[in-house]
Ligand binder design. Sequence first.
Ligand code: URA
Length: 241
Amino acid sequence: MFMERLQKVISNAGYCSRRKAEELILKGKVFVNGNLVKELGVKVSNDDIIVVEGVTLNKKSNKEYYLLNKPRGVICSVKDEKGRKVVTDLIDTSERIYPVGRLDYDTTGVLLLTNDGDFVNILMHPSNEIEKTYLAVIEGIMTTEEIYKLKEGIIIDGEKIVPKRVKVKKKELNKNKEKVEITIVEGKNHIVKKLFKAVGHPVAKLTRERLAFLDVKGLQSGEYRLLTSSEVKRLKQLKKK
Ligand code: URA
């Protein structure tokens, strides 16, 4: 069961700020499952009933939003016929959450998981142009012409993909590899690998560094956290009218 600090749950529910929630706890204004909690540091789960100043926290939605730093070697799905590890195995929840979009088995980095279908639609719908930034280690060193070709756009499966940004971060001449950051709005399967392959440089390693304004700062590989209510709100606001 995923546990969070009481003051964080109170503020995430929109009742008040985290600091104010701490004050209320210390003043003896908070009950968890009917028991008075007067010290900080208590953790609660989604099933706990929290009453603050006589008000039961609004639990009308049990929508959950997680940000996972996806490790390599995990399938981006809710189950696998061959019994391999899937991303939902890494998250401790009783809700039926699923990944927002796909990262390949060997891709690491930012992955959102939720049980909120509308939220998924907003993030996945191409018209909302949600930016995804990847760091790719590619085989070989791109020529100026190849970089130009990539920036101008490549036809992949009949659709022209024009990256928002392409930036060479580091040339590893001794290894004959190059680190390139690429930002795209498309969410098609294997899209980054296909783009680099199309200019003659297969991807050796791929990490999603950012999705919109989210990154995995502070999360080790395989670690996750809940999105804050303001992060969820900001992501929902990315929906174009
Ligand atoms: N593009 C890819 O090629 N692979 C991923 O995992 C994500 C984007």
